[in-house]
Design a protein around this ligand. Sequence first.
Ligand SMILES: [Zn+2]
Ligand SMILES: [Zn+2]
Length: 289
Amino acid sequence: MLDIVTGHEAALRLAAFLLVFAAVAGWEALAPRRSRRFGRMERWPHNLGLSALNALLLRLVAPGVAVGVAVAAEAHGWGLLNALALPAWIGMAVAVLLLDLAIYFQHVLFHAVPALWRLHRVHHADTDFDVTTATRFHPIEIGLSMGIKCAAVAAIGAPAFAVVVFEVLLNATAMFNHANGRLPVATDRWLRWLVVTPDMHRVHHSLIPREMNSNFGFSLPYWDHLFGTYRAQPAMGHEAMTIGLELFREREELRFDRLLSQPFRSPPAVRTVPVDGRDAAEFVHSRQS
Ligand SMILES: [Zn+2]
Ligand SMILES: [Zn+2]
């Protein structure tokens, strides 16, 4: 079983991606949470194109590298879990938990270090928030994340099976928690004790800095509670809040080539002009609050 899973990592990940993507996209179509600023056809080909480029680059440059590091760590006895003789299922659970913690800190780091923020802001510059936002990361951020993940796998001594489970889980939860889908308030309230929900992660995509610098978790909600970065709701509510950054709000910034060049373009001296009246009102409000 373990060999089948780790040996077919790529196919498994693709199947899980397609399945979860279809489910979340269907949910967004049936029960949308917010009205869209731009149409799907204006954003999706570009966001998904970026995701396809990232998948292709990873396959070419470093196929299955995180699992490879896990196998090497086990063979050489590297890392915490390989030094402890824990029952396999406890080792699995601890590995998935610690990998998720590592991703939380990585996310905080990408907000804190200016050069890393330039890369990560490609994710935040999306002025809509939906399942394709989850796939919108700059290839250099994806490469650096992979390096950090490999270091974490080696330090933890995570089993290869746990690494595959973690990667599939992280992809699935990222698509779920970027959904422009509506959940009953009561369901959201109990669900966010198990997993980061769309209403929880949407706060992190707010234009307001104090909201953007909260809810860093991708899969598990506990780290934000533990480290004091949890914020329950956006001040303006989910329908009225402004998603994105003050930068890169123009329609042309949705384009694939513009997404790739965003990290290397300096912020303009003058703040970009909002595209429509609704945004202008929101800008004024967000600057007052
Ligand atoms: Zn972020
Ligand atoms: Zn996000």
